[in-house]
Design a protein around this ligand. Structure first.
Ligand code: Z5A
Length: 205
């Protein structure tokens, strides 16, 4: 079977870290250990860009600067990690991918959707995950869970309206690509969410 690229998406505190392990265990059991990675980041250079994006700073970051940094990191990640892994026969599981850009820079920052599409086409030439698991929960609930963990990054400092717009943008992405994009109800208990993730993988893969 051709190796597949799976992404996991959702607001902070939706449970991506936990469910990424469920996906990794499933893929390992059926197809061998996947390359597990994350965005922004996934290579040393892209991780450097990640800290530029997420470190709280006094100088406000322009939304376009943020968008271009996210795509710069993604290009490096795709070219040097994701595509080589797929080409060598290894599956790839990523904590976030381009759908997060539509959610955060498109929804949250309100940058025009068509400009993100144009950049995506230019930089990635149509490359996208084969399957995206969207862990969906109300912004308030996710933030409550995430804030219990302590220090917040630059984006986590945004207000609730920002995250509500991100959630709406994920919904729009899901509606536009129902074959690829599966919504998981992440407001339920960890065990219930994990069970729904496993069931989805059994159906889709
Ligand atoms: N970003 C962007 O702007 N544009 C882009 O293109 C990309 C990213 C790719 C970093 O992402 C930031 O980058 C992110 C978007 C932006 N911005 N923010 N803010 P990240 O994925 O690295 O960081 P994160 O979103 O902040 O991840 P997170 O907070 O670690 O979320 P999570 O992984 O979904 O949460 P978790 O660690 O699994 O769970 C949090 C806590 O909740 C933990 O204690 C769990 O035990 C608990 N939890 C989880 N699920 C449950 C359930 N179901 N019940 C009860 N408790 C639960």
């Amino acid at each position: 079977m051709k190796p597949r690229f799976i992404s996991v998406e959702g607001l902070e505190g939706a449970g991506k870290t936990t469910q990424l392990q469920v996906v990794t265990d499933f893929v390992t059991a059926h197809y061998g250990p996947p390359r597990v990675t994350r965005e922004p980041g996934g290579t040393p250079l892209a991780e450097d860009i990640r800290s530029v994006i997420l470190s709280p700073r006094t100088e406000p970051m322009d939304a376009w600067t943020e968008l271009l940094l996210v795509f710069a990191a993604r290009k490096q990640h795709v070219a040097t990690v994701i595509q080589p892994a797929l080409a060598s026969g290894q599956w790839v599981v990523s904590d976030r991918f381009t759908d997060a850009t539509y959610a955060y820079q498109g929804g949250g920052r309100q940058l025009p959707w068509e400009h993100i599409q144009a950049l995506e086409e230019l930089v990635l030439d149509g490359f996208q995950p084969d399957l995206t698991l969207w862990l969906d929960c109300p912004a308030e609930l996710g933030l409550q869970r995430a804030r219990q963990r302590g220090a917040l990054d630059r984006i986590e400092l945004e207000d609730i309206a920002f995250f509500e717009r991100c959630r709406k943008a994920y919904e729009k992405r899901a509606q536009a690509a129902p074959q690829r994009f599966v919504r998981i109800d992440a407001s339920r208990s960890l065990e219930e969410v994990s069970a729904q993730v496993r069931q989805t993988l059994e159906q889709q893969l």
